[in-house]
Design a protein around this ligand. Structure first.
Ligand code: SAH
Ligand code: DHB
Ligand code: MG
Length: 221
C-alpha cells in the first residue's frame, strides 16, 4: 500500500460523502495563497469532527490550533443555534486568514478566535471559570499535548469528548527511543492516559491523503 493509493481513496471518499463544498475548498485555497502550511484535517476527517459534534449535540466546542479555520468551519457547522466554538491560535497571520474564511462561511458570529500561546489562553479560560466545553479538539503543537490534555480536562464535564490529532506519527508512537519532541509528546500523553481514571480512551490509526497517522478519543467519566 502506498501514499498514492491512500490519496486516491481519500479523493473517492471525499466525492462520495463530502461532495463539492465551495466554502471549504475556498478556505483551503485562501490558506494556501496566504502561505499557510497544508496541514488541515482532510475532508473525511473534517466530516468526522462535524458528525461527532452533531451526534453528541455539542453546544460548546474548544479547538487548539486554528490555522486557516478549515477544521473550525466543520466544527462550527455542527453547532445548534446559540452554540459556540472557541479556537486558539498562536500566529496572528493564521488567525487573520481564519477570520476571513469564517466570515465567508457566515460562521464568524459563532466562533471566537483567541490569538496567543494556547497554554496561556487555556489558563485564562480556567481562571475565568468559563462554562465547560462539550468537545475539545487538540491540534496545535504536539510536544505540549500532555499539558493541553490536562487543561482540556479542567475545562470539561462528565461526558465531554476530547480528540487529539496526529498522535500516531507514521508509527513512531510505538518507538520508545525516538528523540523527536513530537513523538515524545504523544507518548507522554499516552502514558497519562494509561493511568487516567478520569477518562475512557482509545487511539485509532489512520491512512489517507495526510499519510499514516491517527487520533486519540477520550470520553470524560
Ligand atoms: N486544526 C487545523 C490545523 C491546525 S495546524 C485544521 O485542521 O484545519 C496547527 C496550528 O497550531 C498552526 O496554525 C499553529 O500556528 C498553531 N500553534 C502552534 N503552536 C501553538 C501554540 N503554542 N498555541 C496556539 N496555537 C499554536
Ligand atoms: C502538522 C500538524 C498537524 O496538525 C497535522 O495534522 C499535520 C502536520 C505539522 O505541524 O507538521
Ligand atoms: Mg492535525
Amino acid at each position: 500500500m502506498t501514499q498514492e493509493t491512500w490519496t486516491s481513496v481519500d479523493d473517492y471518499i471525499t466525492s462520495a460523502v463530502v461532495g463539492d463544498d465551495p466554502i471549504l475548498e475556498g478556505a483551503l485555497e485562501r490558506s494556501a495563497a496566504a502561505g499557510l502550511p497544508a496541514i488541515s484535517v482532510s475532508p473525511p476527517q473534517g466530516k468526522l469532527l462535524f458528525l461527532l459534534a452533531r451526534a453528541m449535540r455539542a453546544r460548546r466546542i474548544l479547538e487548539l490550533g486554528t490555522l486557516g479555520g478549515y477544521s473550525t468551519i466543520w466544527l462550527a457547522r455542527a453547532l445548534p443555534r446559540g452554540g459556540r466554538v472557541v479556537t486558539l491560535e498562536l500566529e496572528p497571520t493564521h488567525a487573520a486568514v481564519a477570520r476571513d474564511n469564517l466570515k465567508r462561511a457566515t460562521l464568524a458570529r459563532r466562533v471566537d478566535i483567541r490569538v496567543g500561546p494556547a497554554l496561556e489562553t487555556l489558563d485564562t479560560l480556567i481562571a475565568d471559570a468559563v462554562k465547560p466545553f462539550d468537545l475539545v479538539f487538540i491540534d496545535a503543537d504536539k510536544p505540549r499535548i500532555p499539558e493541553y490534555y490536562e487543561r482540556a480536562l479542567a475545562l470539561s464535564h462528565p461526558g465531554s469528548v476530547i480528540i487529539v490529532d496526529n498522535v500516531v506519527r507514521e508509527g513512531k508512537l510505538a518507538d520508545a527511543s525516538s528523540d523527536d519532541a513530537n513523538v515524545q509528546g504523544v507518548r507522554a500523553f499516552h502514558d497519562l492516559l494509561a493511568h487516567d481514571e478520569r477518562v475512557s480512551a482509545t487511539t485509532i490509526q489512520t491512512v489517507g491523503a495526510k499519510g499514516y497517522d491517527g487520533f486519540a478519543l477520550a470520553v470524560v467519566n
